[in-house]
Structure formats: structure tokens, C-alpha cells
Design a protein around this ligand. Structure first.
Ligand SMILES: Nc1nc2c(ncn2[C@@H]2O[C@H](COP(=O)(O)OP(=O)(O)OP(=O)(O)O)[C@@H](O)[C@H]2O)c(=O)[nH]1
Ligand SMILES: [Mg+2]
Length: 185
């Protein structure tokens, strides 16, 4: 099974940092030559299934929405980032989810919402209350449960990447579940 994943979110939220962190912290992850977007590939064994994961990094503001729409095709899940010190980037998360659903050709798919830059919690004045993000994902899950789509929220620091492989596995499990439901229809 090959899963295509995108890293999405406003500019400067840490997408490329997280993408590069995948290379460091996920065993066997390697960069692959790719013409358009940066691509990382790795294999995970989840619940007896071997999953080849392709992760693409999308620049937040360089692409027009028309150009972006092409990249969403066949995306089975996404990592959507916001910056906990920039609440506006959290308010934009639904925008990325909608774009993904509108253009991937599948509809709703599991996402991992990441409240990034957790290391700024101590030093920054205006940080987002994690409960707001948890409630958002809770509401999202209530409205998508019928499709077997389960979304996940984690706060982390893409700079340190602590816990990233386990968090990615959580997303992969949600995608496997969703793909199984789609296949059984
Ligand atoms: N403190 C802190 N800074 C971070 C973290 N992740 C990323 N940054 C910083 O945030 C800035 C933007 O990070 P990028 O990874 O380039 O953000 P991006 O989402 O790829 O931005 P675009 O490609 O422009 O859309 C850089 O200066 C990073 O060093 C983090 O976890 N903590
Ligand atoms: Mg980037």
C-alpha cells in the first residue's frame, strides 16, 4: 500500500521544518528526486501491513490555489500545521482541510492537526489555548465519524521532533481504518 500525504498550513508554521524532521527521526526515511514538490519516502509496518509513505511539502504562499489544487490529487491524509503563537494560523486550519477535501478526489480523509512550536509556550505572550484545538478536532470527529474518518490533534515542536514517529503512526492507523472502510463499500 502506498499512502500519499501532504504537509499543509499557512506560511511560516513550520511545514518544511517538520518535513526535514521526518528525515531525522523516522527510521529509513529518505529524500527522493521529485520534479515539483519535495518528497520524502519511508516504510512503516503497522498492524501487520507494510505501508510505503510518500510525504510532500507544499510551500504556504508561493503556489496559486490553482497550482495547489493539482497537488492534492489522491492524497489519503495530511499533516495540517498551525503555529501556537499565531492564533490566525489556527483559524486558517479549516481552509486547508477544505482545499484538501475539495481537490483530492476522495473527500474527507484523516488529518493530523499539529499545534507547532510548543517550545514557544514559555516565552510567547499570545499562545493558543490547546483546549481550543482539542475542541475543534472533537467537533470535526463528530461530523466525520460516519465516514470512518478519525482526526488527531497533537502539540509539538518540529524543531526537536520529539514523539514524531509515534504520532505519524497514529495518523497511518487512522488512514488504514478509513481506507478499509472505503474498500468495503
Ligand atoms: N521555535 C520554533 N520555531 C520553529 C519550529 N518549527 C519551525 N520553526 C521556525 O519557523 C520558521 C518557519 O519554518 P518553516 O519550516 O520554514 O515554515 P513553512 O511552513 O515551511 O513556511 P513556508 O514554506 O513559507 O510556507 C523558521 O524560522 C523555523 O526555524 C518550532 O517547532 N519551534
Ligand atoms: Mg516551507
Amino acid at each position: 500500500m502506498i499512502f500519499k500525504l501532504l504537509v499543509l498550513g499557512d506560511y511560516g508554521t513550520g511545514k518544511t521544518t517538520l518535513f526535514n524532521q521526518l528525515l531525522q527521526s523516522v527510521p529509513e526515511a529518505q529524500k527522493k528526486p521529485s520534479i515539483k514538490l519535495e518528497l520524502i519516502e519511508f516504510i512503516r509496518n503497522i498492524e501487520g501491513k507494510e505501508i510505503t509513505v510518500n510525504v510532500f511539502d507544499i510551500p504556504g504562499r508561493e503556489l496559486s490555489s490553482e497550482n495547489r489544487s493539482k497537488h492534492y490529487q489522491n492524497t489519503v491524509g495530511a499533516i495540517v500545521l498551525f503555529d501556537i503563537a499565531r492564533p490566525d494560523t489556527f483559524r486558517h486550519a479549516p481552509f486547508w482541510l477544505e482545499e484538501l477535501m475539495n481537490y483530492n478526489g476522495i473527500g474527507k480523509v484523516p488529518i493530523l492537526l499539529v499545534g507547532n512550536k510548543s517550545d514557544l509556550r514559555e516565552s510567547s505572550q499570545r499562545t493558543l489555548n490547546p483546549i481550543d484545538a482539542q475542541e475543534y478536532v472533537f467537533r470535526l470527529n463528530r461530523t466525520t465519524r460516519v465516514d470512518g474518518v478519525e482526526n488527531i490533534y497533537h502539540e509539538l515542536s518540529a524543531k526537536t521532533g520529539r514523539g514524531l514517529p509515534l504520532i505519524i503512526d497514529e495518523l497511518l492507523k487512522a488512514i488504514i481504518k478509513h481506507q478499509d472502510i472505503l474498500a468495503s463499500k
